[in-house]
Ligand binder design. Structure first.
Ligand code: ADP
Length: 497
């Protein structure tokens, strides 16, 4: 039971989070609330005005009557019973009756001793009435009181001698508000009918509008679903709103990036297969030629076997480089950052590579004006440096030179490798960091290149938040320049903030 209620609440909560439900509610509130407020405002205002009008009309008539009472000396003579007074009383009484009948009310005339001398209901004659209103009225002030609950309007009118402003008596009148209430009821009834019609129109409008306004978002979802399920892979377009244009643009960019990634992955797999197959094919050709020959001289046998071994070495090298590259591609892989003396590291790398350089009679020199200590991943930086120096030796001419320089400012250290080698054609400069790219495939193969060295180098530099640039002149030489922050830990923590 509790689980069901919970599920129900969750469903309502989810529904309320939908844009459609919110638009529906907003239109509903904006459409209905003002009409309800307007109804109450108008009806209240009408009632106030109707009561005011009624009070004014009756008050005017009472004043005229009060003048009559004064001119006929009604208050002085009401106890007399002569013929003249009787006629006057009858005329006044008739006027009072008419007034009470007209407004469905009751009029009491009170003299200066607070005694009721006339009551149109004939109940209170002879009684005394000393109320706050009556006392106020004797001071010359008319009072007015609307008792909504009991349904009457009560007012007092002073009976004043115009010349002296002397208040001789008070008229206490109460009239019914029945016809105001009746009119209000009719108005209320009409308002409710109008309101019901309005609610029906607004609810329908809210439903239609909320559906129409959220349709473009549904179209975005549909289009993305189609891409996700593989029915389409081209860019989608929902130009209805600026918002949908932005969402769709962002999605299209993502799609484009994923396509590029997919293409580069396919290309990479094709390249890897090709590269791994080439040494295998050579080995097969060598082995087959040994098998097919009946009596192979032992020197030839040996030579072929040596060739097979070098192909195996090559295969091994490609796999080692590939593994290094794949490891580097794992973004989450932690960098092992420690402060390293870069001068010592360079010396160590050059010491390892000098024997290879010596074979080609290439001179390797190292220049540094200062000691550089930087926070780096030693293994990865070693890959960067040794790949660059190795290339500078590999693609050099006989008796050439390689110059390695190390320098630093307060933020970065720079490591430059210049050579007097064959250089790189300008058209190839932008491609040398691509996996398996080689300017001259056969030459590179000959000297044992896999085409992965610079891809590994660039990745390692980028992981250090550094940059690598190259300048080269064909036939003259090449210079690679690597720039890496000295304090990588601080840099990485700034980025993670
Ligand atoms: P490889 O294993 O073939 O050396 P790299 O990725 O290290 O692969 O280099 C890519 C290509 O860039 C090389 O095949 C070569 O043609 C060119 N290259 C790299 N370094 C140099 C250099 N110092 N001088 C001339 N060419 C170079």
């Amino acid at each position: 039971m509790l689980a069901k209620i919970k599920e129900h609440i969750l469903q309502v909560w989810l529904l309320m989070r939908s844009l459609r439900a919110r638009i529906f509610l907003i239109i509903l509130i904006v459409g209905i609330v003002p009409s309800i407020l307007l109804r109450y405002g108008i009806l209240d205002n009408y009632e106030e005005r109707a009561v005011d009008l009624r009070q004014n009309t009756v008050q005017n008539q009472l004043r005229i009557l009060a003048d009559h009472l004064i001119s006929k000396n009604y208050l002085e003579n009401y106890h007399l019973s002569d013929a003249q007074t009787a006629v006057t009383k009858e005329v006044i009484n008739a006027e009072l009756e008419m007034l009470s009948n007209l407004y469905d009310g009751r009029v009491l005339i009170i003299d200066s001793s607070f005694k009721v001398v006339k009551d149109t209901y004939g109940i209170s004659e002879g009684k005394n009435i000393i109320s706050e209103e009556v006392i106020k009225c004797f001071k010359g002030e008319s009072t007015f009181n609307y008792d909504r609950e009991n349904g009457y309007i009560e007012m007092t009118t002073p009976i004043v001698v115009n010349k002296t402003s002397l208040v001789k008596g008070v008229m206490l009148t109460s009239i019914s508000n029945a016809n105001i209430v009746d009119t209000m009821e009719v108005l209320k009834h009409k308002a409710i009918i109008l309101e019901t019609l309005m609610i029906i129109v607004i609810v329908t409008m809210a439903m239609v509008l909320s559906l129409a306004m959220t349709r473009p978002f549904n179209r975005v979802t549909e289009a993305i679903k189609e891409v996700k399920e593989g029915y389409r892979d081209e860019a989608i377009s929902v130009p209805d709103y600026l918002e949908t244009i932005h969402i769709v643009d962002a999605f299209n960019q993502l799609l484009h990036r994923m396509k590029l990634l997919d293409e580069s992955r396919q290309e990479f797999v094709a390249n890897v297969s090709h590269e791994l197959k080439t040494p295998l094919t050579s080995m097969k050709v060598l082995a087959e030629s040994l098998i097919t020959q009946d009596s192979t001289p032992s020197e030839l046998y040996r030579e072929f076997m040596e060739d097979i071994v070098s192909e195996i070495d090559r295969e091994n090298q490609i796999i080692t480089d590939l593994l290094a590259l794949v490891k580097m591609d794992k973004k989450a892989q932690k960098m092992n950052i420690v402060p390293i003396n870069i001068n010592d590291l360079t010396e160590l790398i050059l010491k390892r590579l000098r024997p290879i350089a010596r074979k080609k009679d290439v001179e390797v020199v190292f220049e540094s004006n200062r000691t550089v200590v930087a926070e780096v991943d030693e293994v990865k930086l070693t890959l960067v440096m040794s790949n660059l120096v190795d290339n500078a030796i590999k693609y050099n001419r006989e008796h050439g030179w390689v110059k390695v320089t190390l320098d630093a400012d307060h933020q970065f250290f720079t490591f430059t490798v210049s050579d007097s080698g064959i250089g790189i054609p300008e058209g190839s400069l932008s491609q040398i960091y691509e996996r398996f790219y080689r300017v001259d495939k056969s030459h590179s193969r000959e000297i044992g290149g896999t085409g992965l060295g610079l891809a590994i180098t660039k990745n390692a530099v980028l992981m250090h938040r550094g940059s690598i640039t190259v300048t080269s002149t064909e036939g003259e030489g090449t210079t690679f320049r690597v720039k890496i922050p000295l304090k990588l830990v601080a840099q990485l923590s700034r980025e993670n903030l």
